[in-house]
Design a protein. Structure first.
Lengths: 130, 230
């Protein structure tokens, strides 16, 4: 009825997924600076794509099904892109030093706390220190 | 197609496959509709988990220091082991679907039991990971506590662990539901309900199981790995 893939295909994909899992753990300990994150995400997206195409048979599905598969990714990108363009650009114009500190920008607008990282959650720290 | 047959419940009277529903013309059409419906459900699942990943991303930018400290509390050994186990269970699931496609009942049952065993292994390891978090007071709530070196970022670290428990907890819940699905499918296979012409439940459960695997494929690097060199 539908496409029957050879067993060897499943074993090959599993092998590639295992290699990529080892690779992502290895990469996590290399000092790649800002590239650690994109490398990890890139490997994860590649692994997920292999699972979708071969284990979930998307490669052998009808065009309508493929459209639905693409749709999930499309809406996910919309959700991420529109939200992040907002949050990541806050403080670009108002906070000295700009881009790196989407959060710094947000927090510098709040009057009660002096500045970056540690200040914003003093109340939380006080509660939890026994 | 006679009404009399429908009324008496004699589905076999009009010479088509017993698992072909009356509102479909062919088994192929029925299979296509099931696949499409399952993928539509998975689209909603992608967006459901997507919202949590988005929350993770935003807080990660805001409280990077806390994210680094929180991430380093997690065990790569256990997380990595579980990744191998779960991808392995995706392989056994794919083989179960293939066995159903080709009509090997015993192999289908075997691969399904293998998938359930691997899924159970994953959940048991998760229990030990969670217990470790309870022992170290890293569970968000009144007893939450971090060591003195991180006292200044205790609040943001609590957010990290909140997301850790929400994301891995919902993932584990999906696995428990998947385990239930597998039990039903295995029972149906045991009762010889599937044939190369009709094995839709096996394939749809497979799609669900692979999706849950994909969620973990993203959770593992994001929670356990990305901040190790910071």
């Amino acid at each position: 009825m539908s496409h029957i893939a050879p067993k060897s295909m499943y074993y090959t994909i599993f092998g590639i997924l295992m290699v990529m899992t080892a690779l992502t753990v290895f990469a996590a300990f290399q000092h790649l600076g800002v590239f650690n994150f994109p490398v990890a995400i890139g490997i994860a997206i590649t692994k997920a794509t292999l699972v979708v195409l071969f284990f979930m048979h998307a490669k052998y599905s009808s065009r309508l099904t493929k459209l639905f598969v693409g749709m999930s990714f499309f809406f996910l990108v919309i959700m991420f892109a529109l939200t992040l363009t907002d949050y990541m650009s806050r403080g670009l114009k108002t906070y000295p030093g700009g881009a790196g500190g989407a959060g710094y920008g947000v927090r510098s607008a709040a009057p009660a706390h002096e500045a970056p990282a540690s200040g914003a959650h003093k109340e939380g720290a006080a509660e939890t220190a026994h | 197609m006679s009404d009399a047959a429908a009324i008496t419940g004699d589905a076999h009277a009009h010479g088509h496959h017993p698992d072909l529903q009356h509102h479909f013309d062919t088994l192929e059409q029925q299979h296509e509709a099931a696949t499409l419906g399952m993928w539509l459900f998975l689209v909603t699942e992608v967006l459901f988990f997507g919202g949590l990943f988005l929350a993770y991303m935003l807080y990660r930018v805001w409280y990077h220091e806390a994210w680094v400290a929180g991430s380093k509390e997690l065990s790569i050994a256990l997380g990595g082991f579980n990744t191998v186990v779960l991808i392995g269970s995706s392989l056994t699931m794919a083989m179960a679907v293939r066995s159903a496609q080709t009509g090997y009942r015993r192999a289908t049952i075997g691969w399904l039991l293998g998938t359930m065993a691997l899924g159970l292994t994953f959940l048991i390891v998760k229990v030990f990971e969670y217990k470790d978090k309870f022992d170290h007071h890293h569970v968000p709530g009144y007893d939450f506590h971090v060591d003195a070196a991180h006292a200044g970022i205790a609040g943001p670290m609590e957010i990290f662990f909140s997301l850790y428990f929400t994301m891995t907890g919902l993932h584990a819940l999906h696995m428990i539901i998947g385990f239930g699905l597998m039990s039903v499918i295995t029972w149906m296979a045991y009762k010889n309900r599937f044939s190369p012409q009709w094995y839709t439940p096996v394939e749809m459960s497979g799609l669900y199981w692979h999706f849950v695997d994909i969620v973990w494929i993203f959770l593992f690097p994001l929670l356990y790995l990305v901040d190790r060199t910071q």
